[in-house]
Design a protein around this ligand. Structure first.
Ligand code: AMP
Ligand code: ZN
Length: 483
């Protein structure tokens, strides 16, 4: 499989360190608010990567953190802890909002068919590990204490800007523009490993440390949690493109300084979802969440389908018009699949392999989900039977996870029930007063149920039973049988 590696800036053959096994780390959400659908684009594409690796036969061990402390409003180590800001906004404690938004995140993941990684670890559960890392970095001379905080000394590295060609000057004029400098830093790129001296002394969560009571920096969390569960060698590290700098740059700096060798081989970054007016935001404009889409009548899986239609290394523009188009295409696809008959023929091995090859070729080519979706449509054009086509769709959906098999089965069942209802009605002469009475009573019973008048509904059923009429309830309505 070819995968673009942000570290080498090339597409490379993916070869894990240990044959057949992949260790994968994902930067998890900062749980101070709901995830917006941009954040979720990143988690959808990472989910596709994990599932495709499993589909290809690898045993994937995936770990994700939950950032519940230390992520400040500015990447320049200044500003308030986002968690504290969220807690103040909602007049709750930090732990209360962490729990609430962690649950909300996993509920969104569930709606989008995003599998929960094998290990999920909140940062507040690994403070001892972070302290050990910081101590190690101090002992090795990669860190220093200034003004009460512990900083990583980027001047000790041969190469710090591993993902781009930034210089100290870029930091001065560009990246950190508008952020007031931290006087304690020896070099502009240095970053905090452990805070004890925050401008905000109302920081809620604090722990004892060799450097005083305080809390960890955001970057150290991911190094600590990754190494705790996956050891000193990592195959794939993923996140959104904005995580490249400074977050992932700092993770690499501190991890490799601590372990003394290369840490992670492949870096997978998902480009942003933007709106027509620019960057997606939690604080300005319409805050786009999965629940908001649902409240407008959209199926979350149509949003997943929308994401799959474009490559993860291209920015994607969200608009309701684009989502409408994806929804129409998704629904049409489901209707076409529902027309296939699973009992039509035996599995046609040759056609199955032909269809599958297009799909794996697409995903082997740097996870090209847009071509994988094309491969899905190509299945419909294959000269083979319904059984084989449906088997291919089910196979692809192990990775794409857009619920095609279930959705098609539902449409099929609805159609069948509707036909059964029609057949039952056609079987009797509607001009017969007895049949007309039955149909009328079925309507009355429906209304009684709606009004929660179950006694009346039961009375009608029993009355009809006494006349030898059996009612048959289906999700699409009630039919009957006489005799
Ligand atoms: P956060 O909860 O802010 O820590 O972000 C969670 C994940 O979403 C990170 O991997 C970010 O890189 C990613 N992310 C943030 N904004 C966007 C966006 N507009 N589109 C796609 N991914 C994003
Ligand atoms: Zn991270």
């Amino acid at each position: 499989m070819l995968l673009y590696n942000s570290l080498t800036r090339k597409r490379e053959e993916f070869v894990p360190r240990e044959a057949g096994k992949v260790s994968m780390y994902t930067c998890g959400p900062t749980v101070y608010h709901f995830a917006h659908i941009g954040n979720l684009r990143t988690y959808i594409m990472e989910d596709v990567l994990e599932k495709y690796l499993s589909y290809s036969g690898y045993e994937v061990n995936r770990v994700m953190n939950i950032t519940d402390v230390g992520h400040l409003s500015s990447d320049g180590d200044t500003g308030e802890d986002k968690m504290l800001k969220g807690a103040k906004r909602e007049h709750k404690t930090v732990l209360e909002i962490a729990k609430y938004y962690t649950d909300a995140f996993f509920s969104d993941c569930d709606k989008l068919n995003i599998k929960v990684p094998g290990t999920v670890q909140p940062a507040t559960g690994c403070i001892a590990e972070f302290i050990e890392l910081v101590e190690g970095l101090l002992n090795k001379g990669y860190a220093y204490i200034a003004g009460g905080n512990v900083y990583f000394d980027t001047s000790k590295l041969e190469e710090y800007y591993v993902f781009n060609d930034f210089t100290e000057e870029d930091l001065e004029v560009g990246v950190r523009e508008g952020v007031e400098g931290d006087e304690n830093k020896k070099n502009k790129a240095d970053f905090v490993l452990w805070f004890t001296k925050s401008k905000f002394d109302d920081q809620e969560l604090k722990w004892d440390s060799p450097w005083g009571v305080g809390y960890p920096g955001w970057h150290i969390e991911c190094s600590g949690i990754s190494m705790k569960y996956l050891g000193e060698y990592l195959d794939i590290h993923c996140g959104g493109i904005d995580n490249q700098f400074p977050h992932h740059t700092n993770e690499i700096a501190q991890s490799e300084a601590y372990i003394g060798h290369k840490w992670c081989n492949y870096w997978f970054h998902v480009y942003h979802l933007n709106t027509n007016s620019g960057k997606m935001s939690k604080s300005s404009g319409e805050f786009l969440t999965v629940s908001l889409l649902e409240s407008k009548g959209y199926n979350p899986l149509a949003y997943r389908y929308f994401c799959l239609q474009s490559h993860y290394r291209k920015s994607l523009v969200f608009s309701y018009e684009n989502l409408d188009n994806a929804t129409t295409a998704y629904n049409k696809l489901v209707v076409r699949l529902a027309q296939l008959d699973e009992n039509d023929g035996e599995l046609d091995e040759a056609a199955f392999s032909e269809g599958k090859k297009k799909f794996t070729d697409a995903l082997d080519n740097d996870l090209n989900t847009s071509l994988a979706v094309t491969a899905l449509y190509d299945v419909l054009k294959l000269k083979t039977n319904g059984k084989t086509k449906l088997a291919l769709i089910a196979d692809f959906d192990r990775v794409l996870s857009i619920g095609l098999v279930e959705a098609a089965a539902k449409v099929r069942a609805e159609k069948r029930a509707e036909e059964e209802k029609k057949n039952a009605e056609n079987a009797y002469d509607m001009s017969d007063p007895f049949v007309a009475e039955i149909v009328g009573l079925i309507e009355q019973r429906k209304q009684a149920k709606k009004d929660k008048n179950y006694a009346e509904a039961d009375r009608i059923r029993e009355y009809l039973a006494s006349k030898n009429v059996t009612l048959i309830d289906t999700p699409q309505g009630t039919t009957f049988k006489i005799g």
